[in-house]
Design a binder for this molecule. Sequence first.
Ligand SMILES: [Zn+2]
Length: 192
Amino acid sequence: MGLKCNLCGSENIKKHLQKGDLHLYKCKSCGLVFLYPQPNLDYNKDYFDDYGGKSYLEKAKSKALSSVKFLEKIDGYVNLRGVFSEIGSATGFLLKEAKGKGWKTIGVEKSKWARDYAKKHFDIVSYENIDEVNLKADAVIMLNTIEHLNDPQRTIQDLYDIMEKGSPILITTPNINNIRYIFTIAFFTFFP
Ligand SMILES: [Zn+2]
């Protein structure tokens, strides 16, 4: 059927799971599970107002606080707190924490509404695309974002260009083998 794996390029793809209109496929070569066709989500204010049945802003603060442990992890790999970039920075709650720890922060966020929120409330600058970032990052974090990307391979290549040599990157993503995530499938574009 002409489907190709974004990770390894294999065309050995089998149907994995169907939930309503969502069709999940699995690459038999590397195990990547992804949605096809991929939804074209509009990350506007409505998306954040109904973030899995709840408002994102309601959840964001506690999410950011629980993500501070990732900042501490990153600290273990850097000598100085230079430029810190978050990919999928949403409304900037985690970057605000990073800023408070002395990092210079840069967000990358598709949603204009969320970028404007981060600027207005925390004075955090975010760009729509990675290739607009004109500073080299000393650390990058990407929390539960890679599964929303239509072309994660491309994003990783773009990231390479904006990172200082040897700087750390921390990526988290849901595990499809964890039953809990079967029920949140509607919110994810693709599962590595
Ligand atoms: Zn593959």
